[in-house]
Design a protein around this ligand. Structure first.
Ligand code: UD1
Length: 421
């Protein structure tokens, strides 16, 4: 891509990747046809579709024209799903692990391969496992698989050491079919948690407290399939917002929910941007060079770790010095070395990055190491002199539908030289 063009115009965000994948897993909890709308047309959705197919489901996907890369997924779940998910799928996408809770709750057993996943830290599963054990499952690890068994799960109280998004989701999906009441304390509060609880409630589950630190689930005997629309993707929306500020542009992000991005939008205001909340989205505009702002990532409602690479990229072209602190994933600053190749002044000390802003960056070939790092590097390329080539861009395809097309729609001089997928 060639740097130097301001992002201007309108862009529409479809449903959140991080919600959709779990909504698809939740479909396993009910026999019959579940339909999910606003599903992003991305690689991870194809992988989750394959996970469900191997469990005996029929899955189809149909794009919705004009949706910004979204579509409708239809999942037909058999009465007796299979219960094994292989390493070849879990290795490609860690979120495959989210079938564990629904399978053990619905079928009484599950064999799910232990994940590899993004190169962003250790990403343990201890809270998933100990929570399911508290619900009465027996879990052993054998030959690279987690094997869980439980004739019927029983409601209990669970305290999470950290408000893990994945563990909260897995445990809620297990608890909805347990006998009795489950209370999850120190639960994650992300909008994606609220989304899955809303869908499960529509399916017939009884859940209170979604979006707070204490979620209470009253188990029921069975659930029914539903038609449901995924929550808009706050990370994609945040990427466009930060891109608008970095390139000194003016972008309307349709369907962005400002309340899901409060801290991030406040930071952009501190950086000098105009942030306007519209009836169905946000407008972010920037005139002149942004001011450096410190950022600390935290579980929701804190600044999202998934926007941290974009925050570092923003700081790299802002005035002054910014301190970016990563509290959620260790090792998530690896991409900073690539940013340094673009001329950024970034120093890493443990989980802090000290970024001294430069007026412009200088183009170079760089390598995307994960979805969000890739998006951060693309934004950096937009403010670099000359032509920047981002390699391994397939990582970005895992999270951003039609990324190149949408960038071009906003005026960026960018093209894909690698096939998607
Ligand atoms: C999800 C998102 C990811 C996002 C993250 C935090 C999906 C598919 N991915 O990941 O994009 O960055 O939330 O908002 O939804 N941990 C443990 N033990 C556990 C579980 C987690 O130690 O049992 C640790 C992890 O190593 C990590 C931290 O807790 O350091 C947060 O992880 P978690 O919130 O579970 O993130 P994911 O659900 O994996």
């Amino acid at each position: 891509m060639a740097g130097g063009t301001a992002l201007t115009g309108r862009v529409r965000v479809t449903g959140a990747k991080n919600s959709t994948l779990k909504l698809m897993a939740a479909a396993l909890l009910a026999t019959g046809r579940t339909v999910i709308d606003e599903v992003p047309d991305i690689l991870d959705v194809s992988i989750m579709s394959e996970v469900l197919r191997r469990l005996g489901c029929q899955v189809s996907y149909e794009r919705t024209p004009g949706s910004g890369g979204g579509g409708r997924v239809t999942i037909d779940v058999p009465e007796n799903p299979k219960t094994e998910t292989d390493y070849d799928l879990v290795r490609r996408m860690r979120a495959s692990i989210s079938v564990l809770g629904p399978l053990v709750a619905r079928c009484g057993s599950a064999r799910v391969a232990l994940p590899g996943g993004d190169a962003i830290g250790s990403r343990g599963l201890d809270m998933h496992i100990s929570g399911l054990e508290r619900l009465g499952a027996t879990i052993v690890s054998e030959h690279g698989f987690l094997v869980a068994t439980a004739p019927r799960l029983t409601g209990t109280s669970i305290w999470l050491d950290f408000p893990s998004v994945g563990a909260t989701e897995n445990l809620v999906m297990a608890a909805v079919l347990a006998s009795g009441t489950t209370v999850i304390d120190n639960a994650a509060r992300e909008p994606e948690i609220v989304d899955i609880c809303t869908m499960l409630t529509a399916m017939g589950a009884t859940i209170e407290g979604a979006g707070t630190s204490t979620i209470t689930v009253e188990g029921v005997d069975s659930l029914s399939p539903v038609t449901y629309t995924a929550v808009p993707d706050r990370i994609v929306a945040g990427t466009w917002a930060i891109g608008a500020v970095m390139t000194r542009g003016d972008v309307v992000v349709e369907r962005a929910v400002a309340d899901h991005l409060s801290v991030a939008l406040d930071k952009l205001t501190d950086a000098g941007a105009l942030v306007e909340v519209l009836p169905d989205g946000i407008r972010v505009a920037m005139d002149g060079r942004p001011r450096g702002v410190d950022v600390v990532t935290l579980p929701f409602p804190g600044f999202p770790t998934d926007l941290q690479p974009m925050a570092v990229a923003l700081a790299a072209v802002s005035t002054g010095t910014a301190l970016i602190t990563e509290n959620v994933f260790e090792g998530r600053f690896m991409f900073a070395n690539e940013l340094v190749r673009l001329g950024a002044d970034v120093r890493i000390d443990g989980h802090h990055a000290v970024v001294r802003g430069r007026e412009r960056l200088s183009s170079a070939p760089v390598v995307a190491t994960d979805i969000r790092a890739g998006a951060g590097l693309v934004l950096a390329g937009l403010v670099s002199d000359g032509i920047t080539e981002v390699q391994e861009v397939h990582h970005v395809d895992r999270g951003y539908p039609d990324f190149v097309e949408q960038l071009r729609g906003l005026g960026a001089d960018v093209k894909r030289t690698q096939r998607p997928g």
